[in-house]
Design a protein around this ligand. Sequence first.
Ligand code: AMP
Ligand code: MG
Length: 497
Amino acid sequence: MVAMNAPDRIFPDGPRWRDDGFVRRAGAPLAVVQPPQPVPEAHWVARNEAYARELGWWDWLQRDEALALLAGNAQPAGGTLATVYSGHQFGVWAGQLGDGRALLLGEADTPLGPLELQLKGSGLTPYSRMGDGRAVLRSSIREYLGSEAMHALGIPTTRALALVGSPLPVRRERVETAAVVTRVAPSFLRFGHFEHFAHTAADEAALRRLADDTIERYFPAQAEAANRYAALLEEVARRTARLVAQWQAVGFCHGVMNTDNMSLLGLTIDYGPFGFLDAFDPGHVCNHSDHQGRYAYARQPNVAFWNLHALAQALLPLIVDSDAAVAALEPYKTEFLAALQTAMRAKLGLRDERPEDGTLVDDLLRRMAADGADYTISFRRLARFDSTPGARNDALRDMFLDREAFDAWALRYAERLRAESSLDAERRLRMERSNPKYVLRNHLAETAIRQAETGDFGEVSRLLAVLQHPFDEQPEHEALAGFPPDWARQLEISCSS
Ligand code: AMP
Ligand code: MG
C-alpha cells in the first residue's frame, strides 16, 4: 500500500490541484478536512480512457500512484474534504445529511476548465450518520456507466473517471464488496448545501457567503442583477427545467430526487436506483424503495419544481422579497415546456413548429403507453419511417398492439412530414442523432455487474465503449439494443447502494 500523504508533486502529468479551489477556499463551515479510509488490495475495475485522454491524465492513470489516490489509499497534499448539506427526502425535511461517503480530492485545472474530483465510497466522514461510508461494486458500476451514458446522450451530468474495486466486505442486504468511484464535475454543490445554512445551521452570514461565492464563481452573469440572489435562483430554475426536459425526452428516471440530490449547476447527480424506461409507462417508478411513487417518471418535472421551491425558501433570507422569489421560479414552467417541445420535435424529426405538433406527440405517447411499446426502440424505429403513401412501416407498426390506431396516427404523421417537405433519408439521419440506439437498461448494467462480481470486468468496459456512442448503429453490439429479456422484469433496484 502506498503511504498516506504522498506529496502530489510526484504526479507530474496527473491532476494539478488549485490551492484556491472553491470548497478548499470556503473551508469551514462548508467543509472539513477528512482523510479517506484505505481499502485492501485496491485494483482497477474500469478506467474511462476517452475522458482521461481529454483531461490529459491517461498516462497518469497507468501508475500505481493514481490507483492509490483514487482508491483513497493516498491523498493530495492539501488533504481531502467532506462538505455538509441538509435536505428534503421524499418530501420530508431530513435535517443534516452531508458527504457521508464522498470526499473531495480537490479542484484541478484541466483542458476542459477547472474540475472537482470526488471519491464516492472512500470511508466514514463526520456526516456518515448510520452509514459505513462505503459504496458497493454493484451500485458503483451503475453510477460509472450511468453518468457516462448520460453525458454521451448530451445530457448535463457529473462524470466518472475511474472505478476502483477492493475485496473489502460491505454489508447490504447481502455481503458485497467495496468500490470507489471517481466523480468529476465543475462543482458538486447541491440545493441541500443552501438548505443547510438556511435551516439546520440557521447561519445567515454563512448562507450569504456561500451564495456570494457561488455567484462569483459559477454564475458571474447573475452578479450584477438588481437582486443577485433572485437572479441566481432563476438561473438554477432554468437549468433545472432544461435538464428535466432532457430526462423526460430520453426516458430517464432519476429515482431519488431529494433536494440533496439536486445539483445547483443543473447536472444529473447521484446515480442510485435510476433507470431508463423499457416499455413506455408514465407512471414507472424505478426505485423499488419509493412505495408512494413520488419520483415516478411523469412526476419528475413537478418534483423538480417542488425542489426549486425548497431552494427558494432557503435563499429567501437573502432575496428578502418573497414576490421576487416566486417570480424567479416562474420561468421554470415555460423553460421546461419549451425545452421538452424542442426535444420531442427533434425526436419526431420535425423542423418547423406547428400548432398541431403537441397533439401529434401526445397521441403517439398515449398509444405507446396503452400498448406498452418500448420507448427507445419505438423512437429509433420511427427514424426509419417511410412517409410514402401506402407504406406500411411494419417494423414500427409491430411495436403496437392496436395496429389500426397506429395506422391512423401514421397517416397524420406522414401528412405532417409532407407539410414541411421532409425528405425521409435526410430526416432519418437527423432523427438518429436524437433517438439513441443504446441506453443503459437495467438488465445491461446487471449483466456487467454479475460478471464483475466474479472478477471479470470486460463487460463494464465493453458497455462503456458502446454507451459512449449511443446514436451510432454499432452492428457488432446489436444485442445490446434489443428488447429487455423476461428476467429484467424481476430486477428490483432499491436505494441500497
Ligand atoms: P443518497 O440516498 O445516496 O443520496 O444519500 C443520502 C445521504 O446518506 C447522504 O448524506 C449520503 O452521504 C448518505 N449515505 C448514503 N449511503 C451511505 C453510506 N453507506 N455511508 C455513509 N453515508 C451514506
Ligand atoms: Mg445523495
